[in-house]
Ligand binder design. Structure first.
Ligand code: F6P
Length: 319
């Protein structure tokens, strides 16, 4: 193998740059040239390629976002778009692709392999919603960002004796809400994986009220929706001053944590090794402390279950 390409696609995630650096440097270490593709799959269709040398990835390990830029590409959903992408890669002498992104990126990777291009996927998304990996690149940083926000909101919540309903990202999954809620000591955590009754949240708040506690943090995953409505119901039932904070895209930015950089470095290196070994359709994951690889199609048919023990623990710790 003489030349591989690398791209970042879908929502950006802190640590994507660290993964890119690992891909480029590992490939060069093994004597392989690397082509960077700008703006994800749309860059494949437009032949938006740049050569990446050792120096091109210097000074990026600590940077959020992705220096390659990213996009969600409509044209790639059509077969003609994908065929064009593969033709462009072949004429540029590209023999394999490393795609860094979430499940949409992985589905795109499967389609490229069907057209003859070997692909290895690296899970990069703040949502942590990818099967066959305990952690995705960017999740830890996003959770730390949310915890930092909870700390700050708690100061003002305490001062004003208010209830704050904080909505966090995660698409259809509650990984960010659960981890940040547990780490931030939230009174209630509302996630799509666990049906909830707003009445139970209110009962808990009132229990706190009866023992003199007038502030609370309620963490809601965006996949549940209705933070405003939940806040309104709490206000009406408990008579407490309530506010809603939607954290939004702040969760996608920032310098990656040490863990995300380490994870990205390990996964980036492994992705290149998989291509060198002749693998054609793999995703990289982590289980315990071991970096693993799985058939992407099979992996996408699996589920990543939320840790219900943590959910129950958070309920016990916030009685
Ligand atoms: O997948 C990452 C993510 O940030 C989700 O948590 C969120 O639902 C979505 O992307 C937002 O996408 P966009 O930036 O395109 O609005």
């Amino acid at each position: 193998m003489k030349r591989v390409a690398v791209l970042t696609s879908g929502g950006d995630a802190p640590g994507m740059n660290a993964a890119l650096r690992a891909v480029v440097r590992t490939a060069i270490y093994y004597g392989i040239e690397v082509i960077g593709v700008k703006r994800g799959y749309s860059g494949l269709i437009k032949s938006d390629f740049i050569p990446l040398g050792i120096g091109s990835v210097a000074d990026i390990i600590h940077r959020g976002g992705t220096i390659l830029r990213t996009a969600r590409c409509e044209e790639f959903f059509h077969r003609e778009g994908r065929e064009k992408a593969v033709r462009n890669m072949v004429s540029a002498g590209i023999e394999g692709l490393v795609a860094i992104g979430g499940d949409g990126t992985f589905r795109g990777a499967v389609e490229l392999e069907k057209l003859g291009m070997p692909v290895v996927g690296i899970p990069g998304t703040i949502d942590n919603d990818i099967p066959c990996t305990q952690w995705t690149i960017g999740f830890d940083t996003a959770v730390n960002t949310v915890v930092d926000a909870i700390n700050k909101i708690r100061d003002t919540a305490t001062s004003h004796e208010r209830v704050f309903v904080i909505e966090v990202m995660g698409r259809k999954a509650g990984f960010i809400a659960l981890a940040a809620g547990l780490a931030g000591g939230a009174e209630s955590i509302i996630i799509p994986e666990k049906p909830f009754e707003v009445g139970d949240v209110i009962t808990k708040i009132m229990r706190g009220q009866n023992r003199g506690k007038l502030h609370s943090i309620i963490l809601v995953a965006e996949g549940v929706s209705g933070a405003l409505e939940i806040s309104k119901k709490i206000h009406e039932a408990a008579g407490l001053d309530t506010r809603v904070t939607i954290l939004g895209h702040i969760q996608r930015g920032g310098s990656p944590t040490a863990w995300d950089r380490i994870l990205a470095s390990r996964m980036g290196a492994e992705a290149v090794k998989q291509l060198i070994q002749g693998e054609r359709k793999k995703m990289i994951g982590i289980k315990g402390d071991a970096i693993k690889s799985y058939d992407i199609e099979w992996a996408l048919s699996q589920t990543h279950e939320i840790n219900m023990q943590d959910y129950h623990l958070s309920a016990i710790l916030s009685i």
